[in-house]
Design a binder for this molecule. Structure first.
Ligand SMILES: [Fe+2]
Ligand SMILES: [Fe+2]
Length: 194
């Protein structure tokens, strides 16, 4: 799915049902970080790539809306957003991209890591959309799944625009292999990225 090389075990949904509060509050932080990351890309790379500004501002707005939506659902169930915790998956992914730096442009890797994180979120939301008990949450995750697939394509198309289809494809396949290894190795807890 979306270039991912390893699927999530569908049984993961049982772990999520066992700690829905942890899932929803972690998910809220993921949406917040997605918005922050899009804004940070604008701040860091607008000078060299002014064309990223509008699409990424739109993305940041959409992620902030997702944050509001997941926060509403968490709050309705009595769960409160805690402090942000380090995301082992995202940290490992960034680390895995490092060996080729600085030969690989930072913007290319940031766009492609963004794409892979969106793809993995999309894949996990599909598991939730198909397996959660709550009809409201199943519908919610179905909608989000479609949005994350769109975000994956946005990041890849921005990478192609600036670095060409060939370079994007080559680097994405290297990073996708490393992503698959990380996704397999990390324990599958009740959080978006396991
Ligand atoms: Fe989102
Ligand atoms: Fe997203």
């Amino acid at each position: 799915m979306l270039g991912l090389l390893t699927p999530t075990d569908p049984k993961w949904v049982e772990t999520v049902e066992g700690n829905l509060g942890r899932m929803l509050t972690d998910h809220a932080h993921c949406e917040l970080k997605a918005a922050q990351n899009a804004l940070s890309l604008v701040g860091r790379h607008a000078a060299e790539a002014p064309e990223i500004v509008e699409p990424l501002l739109g993305l940041a707005q959409e992620e902030a809306e997702h944050l509001a939506q997941v926060h509403t659902r968490a709050q309705a169930r009595g769960f409160v957003m805690g402090r942000p915790e380090p995301d082992a998956y995202v940290l490992a992914l960034r680390e895995a991209a490092k060996p080729e730096h600085p030969e690989i442009p930072m913007l290319l890797d940031r766009l492609l890591l963004g794409a892979l994180i969106e793809a993995r979120s999309c894949e996990r939301f599909k598991v939730l959309a198909e397996g959660l008990k709550s009809a409201d949450l199943r519908e919610f995750y179905r909608d989000l799944m479609a949005a994350e697939a769109r975000h994956y394509r946005l990041y890849v198309s921005l990478a192609e625009q600036f670095f060409g289809a060939e370079a994007t494809k080559g680097r994405l396949s290297v990073l996708a292999e490393r992503e698959a290894r990380i996704a397999r190795q990390l324990p599958l807890g009740p959080t978006v990225h396991g």
